[in-house]
Design a binder for this molecule. Structure first.
Ligand code: ARG
Length: 461
């Protein structure tokens, strides 16, 4: 492709280190689309004759049909998807193929192709997160009043509802979606026409190519256009945050599926057995989602470090931008699908959850709150009285609401019989009606809003 200046071909090592075709062939559809938009514009501007434009467009269609049928051939001598396609085009239609590369460079070409690919990845992530949210709200509605222990420091803290717990992940998914949508909006500018780095003297129409490829507008600075990989970093940042959320959710399932917790029975379809211990049912899918999050975060770090020292404009280091993005996107897609299925198909053992909530003095705060409300006692003092009551209950091996009233009154005479109304786990969650609180009615309100946002229900008129 550049033989004119060279006396010898590249060494075997050079060919190998230079070749990106093994991975950038994933861009073939985007490369063809960008070439079609480019050649149509060259024709419309009179830069390439109508006859040559038609020959190139038809040739590109044939190349695409071949790739579709047989895959993209991997010839290291042709380096990348751009040269592979151009060389095949030349084989099919002859020297006229050489006119396609007028007023463009592989630098603006790859920047355009990759943006098109990442744009689709943002849409796919947003859609997959929507499916996860549907699973979450469906199970949350079902379990709006199912009691489980809420934890801080992984110590039983206060009773919450399972629906409330699941809706916490709905909120995380909502923020993740907004990050992908935001990244998509920001990256939706077309670098094609920036050429190698400085723009071109040919009378090209950048608005036309931008429009043809579904971009909102052309990029404003040619140097920035070919050296910017913010769009890939924006995608990876959103993917990394999303992966962290999935990892936390996966970790909960690993814990909940363990025998001491026993909060969930994982679907057989998402578990594995042990080759030596017949009783085992392992949460491998959840563990792999947790594990994959490390690789997704690693992809973000990888591309950040690749980019950090590069002067303007294009440097070949930037060819290494694609593997981390492709890897992260593949892992994220799988992780989202796995967690969606896990949420949808797991059996929550709500009797075990309730028993755990009842066992851990989770309603101690309710006793303290009751003393504040009914006895007019300052919260700090109520906290101390309650601590004494918990110590007593613990020494007798009783739940708080099973300690005889007389013994509670011996700790503080202001404790009255009606305190027992507040000490059950059901009363505890039902009382937490503040906006965003765990009360079943509050959870149902959030679920109703979420169902409208997801398009599952219409807006009440
Ligand atoms: N394969 C290259 C990449 O992915 C395409 C751009 C090459 N440009 C160049 N001037 N060598 O970045």
């Amino acid at each position: 492709m550049w033989g004119g200046r060279f006396a010898a071909g590249p060494s075997a090592i050079m060919r190998e280190i230079n070749a990106s075709i093994p991975f950038d062939k994933a861009l073939w559809r985007h490369d063809i689309a960008a070439s079609q938009a480019h050649v149509a514009m060259l024709g419309a501007q009179g830069i390439v004759s109508a006859e040559d434009t038609a020959a190139i467009a038809a040739g590109l269609e044939r190349v695409a049909a071949e790739y579709e049928a047989d895959g993209v051939p991997e010839d290291w001598d042709l380096e990348d998807i751009h040269m592979t396609t151009e060389s095949r085009l030349a084989e099919l239609i002859g020297p006229v193929a050489g006119r396609l590369h007028t007023a463009r460079s592989r630098n603006d070409q790859v920047a355009t192709d990759f943006r098109l690919w990442v744009r689709e990845a943002c849409v796919a992530a947003d859609d997959a997160l929507g499916a996860l949210q549907v699973a979450l709200v469906t199970r949350a509605e079902e379990h709006a009043a199912s009691i489980m222990p809420g934890f801080t420091h992984l110590q039983t803290a206060q009773p919450v509802t399972l629906g409330h717990h699941l809706m916490a992940y709905y909120e995380m998914a909502q923020r993740d979606r907004s990050r992908f949508v935001d990244a998509l909006r920001r990256m939706n500018q077309c670098p094609l026409g920036a050429a190698a780095l400085a723009g071109t003297g040919f009378p090209i129409d950048r608005d036309a190519t931008a429009r043809a490829l579904g971009f909102a507008m052309p990029t404003a600075n040619s140097l920035d256009s070919v050296s910017d990989r913010d769009f890939a970093l924006d995608y990876l940042t959103a993917a990394a945050q999303c992966a962290l959320h999935l990892s936390r959710l996966a970790e909960e399932f690993v814990l909940w599926a363990s025998q001491p917790f026993g909060f969930v029975r994982l679907p057989d379809a998402l578990s594995t057995g042990s080759s030596i211990m017949p009783q085992k049912k392992n949460p491998d899918a959840a563990e792999l989602v947790r594990g994959h999050s490390g690789r997704i975060v690693g992809s973000l770090v990888s591309l950040m470090v690749t980019m950090k020292g590069l002067p303007l404009a294009y440097s070949k280091d930037m060819q290494d931008d694609k593997p981390p993005v492709f890897e992260a996107a593949g892992l994220l897609t799988l992780s989202l699908a796995a967690m969606t299925a896990m949420i949808a198909d797991s059996e929550f053992r709500i009797e075990r959850m309730r028993a755990a909530a009842e066992a851990g003095y989770a309603t101690a705060t309710d006793l303290a709150d009751w003393l504040v409300r009914e006895g007019g006692i300052p919260f700090r003092e109520a906290h101390h009285i309650t601590g004494t009551a918990v110590k007593l209950a613990e020494s007798k091996g009783l739940a708080l609401d099973r300690v005889p009233l007389g013994e509670l009154q011996a700790i503080d005479p202001r404790i009255g019989a009606r305190v027992f109304d507040a000490l059950s786990v059901d009363a505890s969650v039902a009382a937490r009606t503040s906006h965003g609180g765990t009360a079943p009615d509050e959870v149902r309100k959030r679920v109703a809003e979420a169902r409208i946002a997801l398009g599952l229900d219409g807006v009440a008129s």
